[in-house]
Design a protein around this ligand. Structure first.
Ligand code: PLP
Length: 395
């Protein structure tokens, strides 16, 4: 289990599991069990006291889930990984474990709609206030730091506006002020970007997206230093209990084996589509970190392997034109979520970010004309043909 490989492609496939330990089973078995029997009462006592390693109860640990946790930790260069029932279960467990009433959070200027909902709830219930800050330069951030600031919470690229944030810059400011940096790495995956290597303390994922990759499982991951992860495991993971089931862990493990192949193809396709969209007269703006004309391109080059598979664009018009355009698509699916093999398209203002109040949405750059496209791994020419015919035909 402990063997280290030089390349992420090999680690993904081999890390965290040794077939020799389990009857030669090539793929990790699904340990579909709630509990683990003790040989003696003394052994049970020793396991509970933490004096002996071993499983006790699946809400606390499970061998199949552990394979996934070890793989993810290796990929993110983390000391320890924890798996959760969803991305939101991971994010809420991390944020609730790392804060207490009256603390303060500084967040990137945009983020996933439900994370915004969680932060609003933490404010209402526990007076944990959040400032949303454009993290483009140090002064913007430092101006907002208070003595009670505990966490910087960052998405990069930001969902759905695709702005990128310089993680080295933000982490160095955090270090100076003893603030923890939590990064949602869902859009990039550790294959494209490793925030812990750039100074972050905790990485969270919706493994539902690119890690799982096949649109068949909801899952979440958190990874970071052993001490922080053990604190989360012993508090919000164990006692709130949003843990991942063994079968769902197995699906994520299976999906992740092809992560590098899929991410390369997603990124290549997205770049082609971005180029084509840019030239279409009905497209006003495109937002893709891999676009050489994008504002954040140099930061992307510095901290990401490529621009990833998701992009956004604005068409000429508003909500009605967007809906008409989406309805004219032939094989591209209208659906939220992203990172699947299928190309998915959605309208953030009325779908993923409808929970964000109108004013705040405008500040985040989510206009009614904005469309998010998760470019699949079909042939890009077919994806473009579908987009192009729908663009030509609306209005
Ligand atoms: C989907 C998503 C989440 C939430 O993940 P779930 O698995 O749906 O709970 C969090 N952050 C980002 C960036 C996402 O895209």
């Amino acid at each position: 289990m402990g063997k280290k490989f030089k390349h992420i492609e090999t680690e993904l496939i081999h890390k965290g599991y040794d077939s020799k330990e389990l009857l030669g089973s090539l793929t990790p078995p699904i340990f579909q069990t709630t509990t683990f029997t003790f040989e003696t009462a003394e052994q049970g006592a020793a396991r509970f006291a933490g004096e002996e390693e071993g499983h006790v109860y699946t809400r606390i640990s499970n061998p199949t889930v552990q394979v996934l946790e070890q793989k993810l930790a290796a990929l993110e260069k983390a000391e320890k990984g924890l798996a959760f029932a969803s991305g939101m279960a991971a994010i809420s467990a991390v944020l609730i474990a790392l804060t207490k009433a009256n603390d303060h959070i500084i967040c990137s200027s945009g983020l996933y709609g439900c994370t915004f909902g969680l932060l609003s709830m933490m404010d209402e219930k526990y007076n944990i206030q959040t400032d949303y800050v454009a993290m483009t330069d140090a002064k913007n951030i430092e101006d907002k730091i208070r003595p009670e600031t505990k966490v910087f919470y960052i998405e990069t690229p930001i969902n759905p506006t695709m702005e990128v944030i310089d993680l080295e810059l933000v982490s160095s400011i955090a270090k100076k002020h003893n603030i923890l940096v939590v990064v949602d790495n869902t859009f990039s995956t550790p294959y494209l970007q490793r925030p812990l290597e750039l100074g972050a303390d905790v990485v969270v994922h919706s493994a539902t997206k690119y890690l799982g990759g096949h649109g068949d499982v909801i899952a979440g991951i958190a990874a970071g230093k052993k001490e922080l992860m053990e604190q989360i495991a012993a508090t919000t993971q164990k006692d709130i209990g949003g843990i991942l089931s063994p079968f769902d862990a197995w699906l994520v493990i299976r999906g992740m084996k092809t992560l590098p192949l899929r991410m390369d193809k997603h990124s290549e396709n997205a770049l082609q589509i971005a180029e084509k969209l840019k030239q279409h007269p009905k497209v006003k703006h495109i937002f893709y970190p891999g676009d050489p004309d994008a504002g954040g391109y140099s930061i992307m080059k510095k901290q990401m392997k490529s621009g990833g598979g998701t992009l956004s664009f604005e068409i000429d018009g508003g909500k009605e034109e967007v809906q008409e355009f989406l309805n004219k698509l032939q094989f591209i699916k209208i659906a939220v979520s992203l990172g699947d093999t299928e190309t998915l398209i959605q309208h953030p203002a009325t779908m993923t970010h409808a929970v964000v109040p109108y004013e705040q949405r405008q500040k985040m750059g989510i206009t009614d004309a904005l469309i998010r496209l998760s470019v699949g791994i079909e042939a890009w020419q077919d994806i473009w043909e579908d987009l192009n015919q729908a663009l030509d035909r609306f209005k």
